[in-house]
Design a protein around this ligand. Structure first.
Ligand code: ZN
Ligand code: ZN
Length: 353
């Protein structure tokens, strides 16, 4: 377990978003993060797949002993806060059966910026109830690192299919007893086959199902090249979820993503005016992967007894989330539209008289 005492007052310091320092929440003293010289590395998937592992679902929680208050707590989060004294707790990921994080994209968006982003987001939602605009979601927002897998692979795909070429044909038809001709577009199909190759870099797959994937994908793109080699200091003062999606399952999802791109490559290769792809056989060479932590502010708000989740990209400030629709506003809009249609109908009828 890791905790970082303040050199001035001894309290536990936290990583300050947008900086390269650990900051003391009490005396504001700053401890710079000295570069370690470590580099982000991709791991060979083949080597990893040969290792025996305990399924993630069966792994025990982390045990934290808080050096602030001495409390011993258990958590399945990689980093959290002491539930008694609020001191940051960071698990030691080098020991144990889980895949250790290799890279982290540190938070750069801080709480005041989150507040602004949420305000702008709520204001831009016309259908949202007015109550939402006054909710102070930012106060309840948690800075949370979400685990993601990234996969690299070189692929070669052999495909079979057909290339369609358009041509024009003259057709004869009768119109009121008169024989006429017209031009009709048709497609001639030729069988096609070939091989396409593509290198994939950092195909990103969420490692947790606790956050709705459809919202998570709206936070993209992530500035992945800015990721830093993992170091536990970046997690101090922020929550970090443990991955639940096994690397194997992540790879299957990644292959589905790659298949969409490969299908497009096959169609480009087939050429012509239309394409049919009937089979694709892909080999994956040099598959590598790594565990990456991405920064997300998670906020939720309560409206009419229901909880809604909002997320803010901790790097770009992009906001995604669910929102309630105001029944009153929608009803008002429907009435306005109905009135407008009625007005148009009346206007048209009058103009015809
Ligand atoms: Zn201090
Ligand atoms: Zn404590």
């Amino acid at each position: 377990m890791n905790q970082y005492p303040c050199s001035t007052c001894g309290a536990n310091v936290e990583f300050a978003p947008g900086t390269t320092v650990l900051k003391c929440p009490y005396c504001s003293a700053e401890t710079p993060l000295v570069p370690t010289g470590a580099r982000v590395r991709e791991h060979s998937y083949a080597q990893f797949a040969g290792l025996r592992r305990v399924p993630v679902a069966e792994l025990a929680a982390y045990t934290f002993t808080c050096r602030g208050c001495g409390a011993v707590t258990q958590s399945d989060k990689v980093s959290d806060r002491c539930q008694f004294c609020d001191a940051p707790l960071v698990a030691d990921t080098t020991a144990g059966d889980m895949v250790a994080p290799e890279a982290v994209l540190p938070f750069s968006v801080d709480r005041p910026t989150v507040r602004e982003a949420l305000r702008a987001w709520a204001a831009s939602r016309w259908f949202a109830p007015n109550s939402l605009r006054t909710v102070t979601e930012a106060e309840s927002a948690h800075s949370t690192y979400l685990p993601h897998w990234t996969y690299d692979a070189r692929t070669r795909s052999h495909y079979t299919g057909q290339r369609g070429e358009h041509y024009w044909d003259t057709e004869t038809y009768t119109d009121n007893g008169e024989t006429r001709t017209r031009q009709v577009r048709k497609t001639r199909w030729h069988s096609a086959s070939g091989t396409v190759a593509r290198d994939f870099d950092d195909v990103l797959i969420a490692g947790t199902g606790r956050v709705a994937p459809k919202h998570l994908s709206k936070l993209e793109p992530w500035p992945l090249p800015q990721a830093q080699p993992y170091r536990p200091e970046f997690l101090a003062g922020h929550e970090t979820l443990r991955y639940e999606v096994e690397p194997e399952a992540g790879l299957e999802t990644a292959k589905t993503r790659m298949a969409t791109v490969i299908d497009r490559d096959c169609r480009d290769d087939i050429g012509g005016d239309e394409q049919r792809v009937s089979s694709v056989r892909t080999s994956y060479i040099d598959v590598t992967f790594k565990l990456m932590l991405l920064p997300v502010w998670l906020a939720c708000y309560l409206h009419a007894g229901k909880t809604y989740q909002v997320m803010i990209n901790g790097r770009t400030g992009a906001v995604a989330g669910e929102r309630p629709y105001s029944a009153a506003k929608i009803a008002a809009l429907s009435l306005a539209v109905a009135a407008l249609i009625a007005a148009i109908v009346v206007a048209v009828m009058l103009s015809r008289q």
